[in-house]
Ligand binder design. Structure first.
Ligand code: NAP
Length: 488
């Protein structure tokens, strides 16, 4: 356990029950699941473990609340969202500490996520006021065309452990803005941030039943009947491509609207004309945010051969200077990975790359002792057959390969089933635009290592997903278009 002075209070304050129809209650049969601190492996607390029946009750509550919620004035929805934004800002320290305890990231990063998560409330408090349709004359002049935008209806959200607050608010905020009710199933490993957010939204004035939260240790069992229920109208999922595929197949039965924010395998291109200071800075952000456990994490570095040695040396110097530790301890820059499995997978990928000829300039393995720590690692001479060029690493490992011309760089960047984000460093404007247009990804970071922004459409192409979150596009995912033909 950390000796942070506020840890015990923050844990004591967080609700540990299910939120169903405005009632905080135990799971059927009183079942609970443990929440672990990944920096120590200790159990922090137990939370209610929803059963299939609890999931069904949560959907009943969302369905019951839908009509009334859709009828609330947009201004009321907007004000609730703005109050939620303000409360998140006021409680930022406590929310960040809670997130660090259950997920491991450093306090500075957790505060960054709380701020990012809160921005979805602020952005969507404005969006709630801008839901508009239109009226026009039909081309033949014989009728009017009236187009309405209506809430899609009850939604089911499944969120991952890596950004326990932001991956929730990215869905919850536009749903509230549009007038949709919802059931949220947070990741088993990180339910506390979502429970704290639910309490905060209640305090902000969200009516009972609009948001229902059901942490569970049996995600597939709880989720399948909700997805199969004809009263559900939308499924939004953030997580692995593997699970996303399964859920899309389940959603096909009743032709559900789906949004899928799935895995990534981001290329990070550094051209010979790049500002190397900016490229190294960008690489630190794109690689080390969330200890590399981000869908947007730079997974493959392709650096022009003429600058590769200098880039790799400077990146290794920065990576080796990072301080590992419990995220809540003063001075910690890099926390643990989420669990032993994740650390084992990262170790396996690095071992495979080294066996095939790569060399570790710094790091290269897990750190001994308690918690699931992995050393920040830079690998050079990574061969094309190394598994980590094809698979999502989800850890603090930067594999560097070289290229000699632009076409080769683009071809290698696009040689993946994924297409979430690409990073590109060059000072040549023509090249920047040319390459950005040819990269097969939903987002491009041009001379910067961070693309996440509540006001921008976040999402991927290819096996990285369907739909967008954030920006105007984020709200559109929760609106249905209805056309009324009016006789003149
Ligand atoms: P995951 O294993 O796919 O789990 C994500 C969520 O799905 C969790 O809540 C999990 O519940 C639930 N789940 C797993 N199997 C399920 C099933 N059969 N039916 C219903 N729910 C199921 O992914 P993860 O390891 O938590 O998260 C990492 C992945 O998320 C990475 O691939 C990353 O790239 C991706 N990600 C993408 C984005 C994006 O915006 N594109 C953002 C963040 C993360 P349990 O926790 O109970 O297993």
């Amino acid at each position: 356990m950390t000796n942070h002075p506020d840890a015990a209070r923050v844990l004591a304050d967080v609700p540990r029950q299910l939120l169903v129809g405005g009632q905080w209650r135990d799971a059927t049969g009183g079942a609970t699941l443990p929440v672990e601190d990944p920096a120590t492996g200790e159990t922090l607390c137990e939370v209610a473990d929803a059963s299939v029946a609890d999931g069904a009750a949560a959907l009943d509550a969302a369905v019951a609340a839908q009509a009334g919620w859709a009828a609330t004035p947009p201004q009321e929805r907007s004000e609730i969202l703005y109050r939620a934004f303000q409360l998140m800002q006021q409680r930022s320290d406590d929310l960040a500490l809670l997130m660090t305890l259950e997920m491991g990231k450093s306090l500075a990063e957790a505060k960054g996520e709380v701020a990012y998560a809160a921005e979805f409330f602020r952005w969507n408090s404005g969006e709630a006021l801008r839901v508009d349709g239109y009226v026009k004359d039909a081309a033949n002049g014989q009728s009017r065309v009236m187009v309405l935008k209506q809430p899609v209806g009850p939604c089911f959200f499944i969120t991952p452990w890596n950004f326990p607050a932001a991956m929730g608010t990215r869905k919850i905020a536009p749903a509230i803005a549009a007038g949709c009710t919802m059931v949220v199933k947070p990741a088993e490993q990180t339910p506390l941030s979502m429970l704290a957010l639910a309490a905060l939204l209640e305090e902000a004035g969200l009516p009972p039943g609009v948001l229902n939260v059901v942490p569970t240790s049996s995600s597939p069992d709880l989720s399948a009947p909700i997805i199969a229920d004809p009263r559900l109208r939308k499924l939004s999922f953030t997580g692995s491509t593997e699970v996303g595929r399964l859920l899309i197949a389940q959603a096909a039965d009743q032709v559900l609207k789906v949004s899928m924010e799935l895995g990534g395998n981001a290329p990070f291109l550094v051209f010979d004309d790049a500002d190397l200071d900016a490229a190294v800075e960008g690489a630190m952000v794109a690689k080390m945010r969330n200890m590399g456990e981000a869908c947007t994490s730079a997974n493959r570095f392709y650096v022009h051969a003429s600058v590769a040695e200098e880039f790799a040396g400077r990146l290794a110097e920065r990576m080796s200077a990072l301080t590992l530790g419990h995220g809540a301890d003063e001075g910690t820059e890099v926390g643990p990975l989420i669990d032993a499995d994740q650390r084992g997978k990262v170790t396996e990928l690095v071992t495979d790359a080294v066996d095939k000829g790569a060399r570790a300039l710094t790091g290269g393995g897990p750190r001994d002792g308690a918690g699931y720590f992995f050393e920040p690692t830079v690998l050079t001479g990574v061969t094309a057959d190394a598994r980590l060029l094809k698979e999502e690493i989800f850890g603090p490992v930067a594999p560097i390969s070289t290229f000699t011309d632009e076409d080769e760089a683009i071809a290698r960047a696009n040689d993946t089933e994924y297409g979430l984000v690409s990073y590109l460093f060059t000072r040549d404007l023509d090249r920047a635009l040319r390459v950005a247009e040819r990269l097969e990804s939903g987002m491009v970071g041009l001379n910067q290592g961070l693309v996440s922004n509540a006001g921008a459409p976040f999402g991927g192409v290819k096996a990285s997903g369907l739909g967008r979150e954030g920006g105007n596009e984020g709200l559109a995912e929760f609106l249905e278009t209805k056309y009324v033909a009016i006789k003149r």
